[in-house]
Ligand binder design. Sequence first.
Ligand SMILES: [Zn+2]
Length: 288
Amino acid sequence: MNWKLEQAKLRKAAELGEAVAKAVGFDLAPVDPFAVVHSEGRRLQALGDNFRDAFDGRLEYHGAYFLLLYNTKYDGWDHEGSHHPKVTFTVAHELGHYFLEDHRHYLMGGGGPHWSQTDFESSNLAEREADFFATGLLMPQYLLRKRVNTQPPTLSDVRRARSDFRVSLTSMMIRWVQLCDFPCAVTSVVGDKIEWGFTSPGFKRIGAYVVRRGERVSSRQACSFLAADRSAAVYREGDGWSVAERWLELERHNLEVHENYVVVPSTRQMLVFLTADEDEAAADSNWE
Ligand SMILES: [Zn+2]
């Protein structure tokens, strides 16, 4: 499938998630996916249990109803609210399989020729669609966009939003960057390499689309933060400064960026939240 079509499908999935949040009537954070389950009445039942390492979530078709199974083992971890954000996200992801028409038809056995079993199970497009649905459902633009675009972002804004929306810091950081008109970006570092990342519409406007995936971290302050504990087994934070081109592919040079580092022990990664000054980013500099 071509890239454009794939992006369109993912965007549609996120929009459907938002539409569901709106239809169920959430006008304040957090969006509770269990309330969405209940709003479906008998057509959808949810059952949580400690399924250990078997799976995080699963949706089954039982003729008269769908059964949504979710693993509660992560509720043993520290969290606010009734479930750990990982559990809530799983339920929202499974709701994606329920509400996305192709997915539902596949489960009902009438998926049609374009949905082979392998497509559904291994192509991670279906999985990513369900993730995008979950993102749209839990962090709909109509509840979050204003907050994201009132002033240039700081890590504490993202952290506050994360706690209001009861999602993981990683999910909120990604969503924040997707919606942000100010220049900001998020990257994930595993070991000493940049694993993935996204830039905001505010960064894209000045030509910064692509994160230096697969490259070694070259910001001096980020390197010394990493060197302080390479295990990534303990939560810690820090910050520093460098230039955007160390993280992003960018024509122009010497655009200063502020770096916030957060070590996420559960995934052994370091998140880097990058922000640049809007005026400086907008200024046309030709220092090449
Ligand atoms: Zn799934």
